[in-house]
Write a protein that binds this ligand. Structure first.
Ligand code: GDP
Length: 292
């Protein structure tokens, strides 16, 4: 994961070897660090903010006799990366009065249907009893795909050939009847953000009132993921993002940009096509992966 940025950062940190941290050598060295993040497709403003904070900390920091300057910078960069990407609440909410409703939204191909099944499996492994709602009536094959995944993990899938709002509403009723404690709504996507897509999602949001709304977004699109997240957040008030395909050759830009641009945290990451390839997003672990 993230070989490119890890390599460029390792090179950049070499600039801080020897001597001590001064305003001048910090600025020089951080130019390389900045370039590494820009090359990794991190949003420009996020990088500028980030470098500013690292610089302020590094220049103000006492030079510790035992610690060499590059280790000092590495620690500051690491801590600021964690601060940029976090904090994240790893919990999936639960309710005593009725099943909790989790709505997944996103563009077509982002990995929504796959992630719905992954999330159901995660809930199941935490002792919960989820139900999947096949509310993507746009993409041919989406309902069948969810059915197959549901069978594979032993999670019931609710579907009906009506309209997305009724699918979601009736799925919640079915979950109550069968004593499920969570409903995951797999909604439709489009190839790009458009008014029809947002209107449909807003209708579900208004009439079904999900407890949480998660955007599923493809990490391969880099910092564009932050723009997608912003558009969805403006329309729906997202609780979190789920970043998929981090096992591919994503450069890190999405992971770092989303929170900085939108304030919405990444909660889970997809690291493979299989249903068990969903991980909690842990900013410390992600910072470690970026820095190598
Ligand atoms: P949807 O249109 O958003 O419902 O997208 P799908 O769930 O059908 O996923 C689109 C493609 O992305 C499928 O081929 C999935 O197997 C693949 N995919 C989803 N998540 C991941 C992931 O985390 N890693 C990889 N490598 N592929 C993924």
């Amino acid at each position: 994961m993230f070989e490119g940025i890890t390599k460029s950062l390792t090179e950049a940190f070499k600039k801080f070897r020897g001597g001590k941290l001064t305003a001048e050598n910090v600025r020089d060295g951080l130019r390389e660090v900045r370039r590494a993040f820009i090359e990794a497709d991190v949003n420009y403003d996020v990088v500028t903010d980030f470098i500013g904070r690292v610089e302020a900390k590094a220049v103000g920091q006492e030079v510790l006799a035992r610690v060499n300057p590059s280790d000092q910078i590495i620690k500051i960069v690491h801590d600021e990366l964690v601060a940029t990407m976090g904090p994240v609440d790893p919990k999936i909410p639960q309710r005593a009065d009725r099943p909790v409703v989790l709505m997944l939204c996103g563009l077509q191909g982002a990995g929504k249907t796959t992630t719905a099944a992954k999330l159901a499996l995660t809930l199941q492994s935490r002792g919960r009893k989820p139900l999947l709602a096949a509310a993507d009536l746009q993409r041919p094959g989406a309902v069948e795909q969810l059915r197959t995944l549901g069978e594979q993990i032993g999670v019931p899938v609710y579907s009906e050939a009506t309209n997305p709002v009724d699918v979601c509403r009736n799925a919640v009723a079915e979950a109550k009847r069968t004593l499920c404690d969570a409903v995951i709504l797999d909604t439709a996507g489009r190839l790009q953000i458009d008014d029809d897509l947002m209107a449909e999602l807003q209708r579900i949001d208004k009439l079904v009132k999900p407890d949480e709304c998660y955007l599923v977004v493809d990490a391969m699109i880099g910092q564009e993921a932050a723009n997608v997240a912003k558009a969805f957040n403006d329309a729906l008030e997202l609780n979190a993002c789920i970043l998929t395909k981090l096992d591919g050759d994503a450069r890190g830009g999405a992971a770092m940009s989303i929170k900085g641009v939108t304030g919405v945290p990444v909660k889970f990451i997809g690291v493979g096509e299989k249903v068990d390839k969903l991980e909690d997003f842990v900013p410390e672990r992600m910072a470690g992966r970026i820095m190598g």
